[in-house]
Design a protein around this ligand. Structure first.
Ligand code: MRU
Length: 347
């Protein structure tokens, strides 16, 4: 499968996820503005992939500024970082990666001979962010593997798969690992209205790996649980607050409430870059509100009356009380989250 984000010979390529699964189109990103548009339009999406694409996007924006003064280079870098961060507010990984890039340049400023050297240092940092994500997901796979048992039905929501990261995904990492070990299980994939990341992306990538997928509409999850088909829920997240509340794709909260009702364990998988200790609780997380046409239309077809009032929050917050455990690259954490998150990720 093509990776969501590729950096090759100083060029950034994004797999256009709005066209999947029908067409596999990889688009070269010529300018920082194009990268920002690609993020806004969800050509690249999913918290860790946003961080990786954002970091490379800064390079795309800076590559013609290698001849300017170091001070001007820093001013431009900060401006690109600010514009890129404002594209999507909920996934903390985007801001995390951009800040890390700017900090790297600041730290190298005095030592670097010129802007060209600053650029090279930034390129190494972006590649490091990308490579770290691969390793993190392999560790999430290792830690989460024990949760997947023979014959299980596992429900997931949205796409926290390889397409949302570098490789393997977060929520899907234990699934890929279990499949590789020959464990047989089924994945119930919520289609994830309104933009169908579940059906278009998760079902597509898991099927390519040969994992058994059962696609359901979001409103079928309760019935699947009531029928006894689901023994485990694993989702990804865009931001974990310091108290363990998690923001994820709209509909995740409903799934967590259902899991609680039916006594099904509800796990969240994420890399350390998704843990935001600066945000005390989920109520402080900014939830992106997207265009109304995503709700009034199904694809290109209009399915709502003219003039209807619409809400379209792209994410919701699941309170930590509903989270059985958080699968991280450093192990599975259980409540109470506040102290443990700080202990493990505070440094
Ligand atoms: O709007 P999207 O498609 O970027 O939303 C993605 C999600 O909500 C994912 O579950 C989340 O980013 C975790 S990705 C490993």
């Amino acid at each position: 499968m093509k990776e969501a984000v590729t950096w090759e010979h100083g060029e950034l390529y994004l797999l256009d996820q709005t066209k999947l699964p029908g067409e596999v189109v990889v688009e070269r990103q010529a300018t920082a503005a194009q990268v920002q548009d690609s993020i806004r339009q969800l050509k690249v999406r999913g918290a860790p992939a946003l961080g990786i694409a954002g970091a490379y996007g800064l390079l795309v924006g800076m590559r013609d500024s290698r001849e300017v003064s170091k001070q001007m280079f820093m001013d431009l870098l900060q401006e690109h970082a600010r514009r890129t961060e404002s594209t999507r507010p909920t996934a903390v990984n985007l801001g995390w990666a951009l800040k890390r890039m700017v900090r790297t340049a600041e730290q190298a400023y005095d030592q670097a001979a010129d802007s060209s050297e600053l650029y090279d240092i930034l390129e190494q940092e972006a590649v490091r962010i990308h490579e770290e994500d691969r390793q993190i997901n392999r560790n999430i796979a290792r830690h989460g593997l024990g949760l997947i048992r023979e014959g299980m039905g596992v429900l997931t929501h949205c796409n926290a798969g390889a397409l949302a990261t570098s490789v393997l995904g977060t929520a899907t990492a234990p699934l890929y690992a279990a499949h590789e070990k020959g464990i047989k299980f089924s994945v119930y994939v919520d289609e994830t209205r309104p933009l169908l990341q579940g059906s278009r992306l998760t079902a597509w990538e898991l099927m390519q790996a040969g994992i058994e997928v059962i696609l359901i509409t979001d409103s079928m999850a309760a019935a699947m649980m009531a029928e006894g088909n689901i023994q485990l829920v694993i989702v990804g997240t865009d931001r974990v607050a310091a108290n363990g509340d998690v923001a994820n794709k709209i509909g995740t909260l409903g799934t967590a409430v259902l899991a609680k009702h039916f006594g099904i364990p509800f796990y969240v998988a994420c890399p350390s870059s998704t843990i935001d200790l600066e945000t005390p609780s989920g109520s402080m997380i900014i939830i992106e509100e997207r265009g109304t046409e995503e709700v009034t239309h199904f694809g290109l077809r209009k399915t709502a009356p003219d003039g209807v009032r619409v809400r379209n929050p792209a994410f919701d917050v699941t309170p930590h009380e509903l989270v059985t455990g958080i699968i991280t690259d450093r192990g599975i954490m259980q409540a109470p989250y506040s102290g443990r998150l700080r202990e493990l990720f505070g440094g």
